[in-house]
Design a protein around this ligand. Structure first.
Ligand code: NAI
Length: 304
């Protein structure tokens, strides 16, 4: 069973994907009980059309998460006018800490997937607050960035998106690190097919496209919900899929005491293994900068 906390735009869309792809039953929890109940009812009524039998419960009662294998946290606030980045981070950190305490109480053996932004900082907070082993607390961000990276590579080459394999690591934010040197089209390195300028353009689009969606429609929904479902599927079905996931590092890539996106094998136990890749010197520099950004945010939060 999967519990999703936060029945807002991302949480409810993720619940719907998990049901329709028959990954798991879902408990959807929100402080606004009517919202969670209404979403659950709406999805239940879709089931005959899309032919899924998974159960969906909407509630504000945290004890309903008992027995969950995976808890996905999408609860949080968006930045309001006049609110600083630090104010938002402080607010969401408070929400995440209080939710994690409930998770530890009712689902002590689960894995926690953080979605609430800034996701790398919130993954760090959830890891520390939960006391869980690090393989059980991780964040969704890079896989979404990777979907964007793959989309723009496909567009530039005029080929199917399905044939693009790629990775993005680092912060889920402006300092993210799309790994052009490891991107391929059906196994052909993109560096053999595209010029440096084309690759730079694709990388810039990958980095800025989340903000562009928010500018146009207020929030990102479909792509994050799909990314959450990909991770949920890898975990519930023990598929050992390889993707970038925000993970607490203990010396991997030379970094300590920070949660940031790295390539991992994602399976039944959450982060089964971290893959340490050799990076080009300029990519390594970008990753170091990205770690600095997340570490600075964590220390600002801890000092506030
Ligand atoms: P939303 O505002 O539509 O939904 C948030 C929901 O959380 C609301 O329904 C609210 O009632 C609920 N909530 C707040 N405090 C709660 C608590 N203590 N317990 C239970 N529920 C609580 O926001 P949206 O668009 O769904 O985004 C959610 C979060 O996900 C944001 O922080 C957003 O930045 C983040 N996000 C992260 C992505 C990623 O790649 N990691 C991608 C897209 C969004």
């Amino acid at each position: 069973m999967i519990t999703i906390i936060g029945a807002g735009r991302v949480g409810s869309a993720a619940a719907f994907n998990i049901l329709r792809y028959r990954i798991s039953d879902v408990v959807l929890i929100d402080i606004f009980e009517d919202l969670a109940k209404g979403e659950a009812l709406d999805m239940m009524q879709t089931a005959p059309a899309l032919e899924f039998d998974g159960k969906i419960i909407g509630t504000s009662d945290y004890s309903q998460m008992k027995g969950s294998e995976l808890v996905i946290i999408t609860a949080g606030e968006a930045r309001k006018p006049g609110m600083s980045r630090l104010d938002l981070m402080r607010k969401n950190a408070g929400i995440v800490r209080s939710i994690v305490r409930e998770v530890v109480k009712y689902a002590p053996n689960c894995k926690i997937m953080m979605v609430t932004n800034p996701v790398d900082v919130m993954t760090y907070i959830a890891y520390k607050e939960s006391g869980f082993e690090r393989n059980r607390v991780f964040g969704m961000g890079n896989i979404l960035d990777t979907l964007r990276f793959r989309s723009y590579i496909a567009l530039e080459l005029g080929v199917s998106r399905e044939d693009i394999r790629a990775l993005v690591i680092g912060e889920h934010g402006d300092s993210m690190v799309p790994l052009a040197e490891y991107a391929s089209v059906a196994g052909i390195p993109i560096m053999r097919l595209l010029s440096k300028e084309q690759i730079e353009k694709i990388i810039n689009l990958t980095i800025t496209s989340g903000a562009e969606v928010i500018r146009l429609k207020g929030s990102t929904v479909h792509a994050p919900a799909a990314a959450i479902a990909i991770m949920a599927d890898a975990i519930l079905r023990g598929r050992n899929r390889v993707m970038g996931v925000s993970t607490y590092l203990q010396g991997e890539y030379g970094f300590y005491d920070v949660a940031i996106g790295v390539p991992v094998v994602l399976g039944r136990n959450g982060v089964e293994r971290i893959l340490e890749l050799e990076l080009l010197p300029e990519t390594r520099k970008r990753l170091e900068k990205s770690v600095e950004v997340v570490k600075k945010a964590i220390s600002e939060l801890e000092a506030s």
